[in-house]
Design a protein around this ligand. Structure first.
Ligand code: NIG
Ligand code: FE
Length: 412
């Protein structure tokens, strides 16, 4: 556990004593302190101050930001980083004109990932996921949610969740586990959706509770996957086993996923590419966070999420990467932030809040990360010198992350 001080910080971004979930207009308020230092004890932020007032202390490592800025590490509240193989063949199929649904219908998509995952060992999955996580931290992600959903049998879903549990133990950042058994109907249940739902409810959920393998339950609520009514039943069953819902909603169609998620009291409803006025109002009048995944919309060449309408209606918005081999083979949150500004017209301040404090809320780790607040973990990004906050998303594709600090230590 390290004692350190970061000095010569040009802009200390998202410094807050109080850190409420940001809804509507509050999302654009990003508190910044100029010319600052930040002190760390035992891996936690203990003080911030004005640089001219800084005095060296004994037994602390001095990290010189050299005029760069410091912000809370990205809080990526929606990923699928446990997978056995990439799917660039489907990427080429899509270039040639096949749709996501057509690829799924010919055995590609999620079922392709499930086939590959079932023949891969827990240790090998862990090694691959660890490599991905390690890279993501270098890109600035310092809290992450990870889903199962490529197993689709009792044993393979448990295998995935055990990998996530081992990542929780291995990674020094907050990690949350989500059970997504209802990600697709597996081949063996092609003509028996109810049979598969029963397996999820009657066998998978009790086994997961017994081993304490998950924090959340998720359902892919979508035409051809799980209906709103089936999502409701699986969500209710998850709640009975102590898992709060986080729902894949309204990605490809008006699936009713938003309404069902809100009715379940979901922590978040995620994707939201396809929204109508009713879904927006239901979300705005709820405590559920709307998590937008712009790189998934980008990769699938879909219309982007209507961020402005959601924010103007008063919704609480988070941004996440959806890192997975099929619809977002990147977990780079710097790109997510840039894309939300470029394609969804979010203000740079809104995007940074949505990818930090609101992302932390979307996985219930807001007391540990998501803002520069005394007592929180020193999980931070030090940028290269930037002339303004807007310069971060403006310079999309450029790597402005100079160093990442995890619990007060530089990530190597
Ligand atoms: O979030 N929407 C469903 N699940 C993933 C895609 C998974 C896949 O294609 O492997 C998503 O986009
Ligand atoms: Fe997803």
């Amino acid at each position: 556990m390290s004692n350190a001080v970061i000095i010569n910080i040009d802009k200390l971004i998202n410094v807050r004593e109080e850190y409420p979930l940001l809804q509507g207009g509050a999302l654009a308020q990003l508190p910044v302190r100029q010319n600052a230092f930040l002190r760390i004890r035992d891996g936690r932020i203990v003080a911030t101050g004005s640089m001219p007032q800084w005095e060296a202390a004994d037994n602390e490592t001095v990290i010189d930001a050299k005029g760069g800025s410091v912000l809370p590490g990205w809080c990526d509240s929606h990923t699928h980083i446990v997978f056995a193989a990439t799917r660039e063949d489907e990427f080429v199929d899509k270039i040639k004109g096949l749709s996501y649904a057509e690829i799924a219908a010919k055995g590609g998509g999620i079922l392709n990932s499930a086939r590959r995952l079932r023949t891969t060992s827990e240790d090998d999955l862990l090694e691959m996921a660890w490599q991905r996580l390690h890279k993501l931290v270098h890109q600035g992600t310092t809290a992450i949610e990870i889903k199962s959903g490529y197993g689709l049998t009792l044993n393979d879903e448990l295998k995935m969740l055990r990998v996530i549990q081992r990542l929780k133990q291995k990674a020094p950042i907050p990690v949350k586990a989500t059970f997504l058994g209802a990600h697709a109907i597996p081949e063996e249940y092609k003509n028996n959706t109810e049979g598969y739902i029963n397996l999820v409810i009657d066998e998978m959920l009790p086994a997961i509770e017994k081993e304490k393998l998950a924090d959340y339950v998720d359902v892919f609520c979508e035409n051809g996957f799980f209906s709103a009514e089936q999502t409701w039943r699986i969500g209710q069953a998850g709640l009975k086993h102590g898992l709060l819902p986080k729902i894949h909603a309204n990605q490809l169609s008006l699936s009713g996923g938003v309404q069902t998620g809100v009715k379940l009291g979901a922590v978040s409803v995620d994707h939201l590419e396809t929204m109508d006025e009713e879904a927006i109002q239901v979300l705005a009048n709820s405590n559920t966070i709307g998590t937008l995944l712009p790189t998934a919309a980008f990769f699938l060449r879909m219309a982007f999420q209507p961020a402005r309408q959601l924010i103007n209606a008063g919704c609480a918005i988070a941004l996440a990467s959806d890192y997975n081999p099929g619809s977002s083979p990147s977990g780079n949150m710097n790109l997510v932030v840039a894309m939300s500004c470029i394609q969804m017209k979010m203000l740079p301040e809104e995007a940074i809040n949505a990818a930090t404090i609101n992302g932390a809320y979307a996985m219930q780790v807001q007391q540990e990360v998501g803002s520069i607040t005394t007592g929180k973990l020193a999980n931070l990004i030090i940028t290269k010198p930037i002339p303004s906050i807007a310069y971060l998303p403006y310079s999309f594709g450029d790597n402005l992350v100079e160093k990442v600090i995890v619990r007060g230590s530089v990530w190597e």
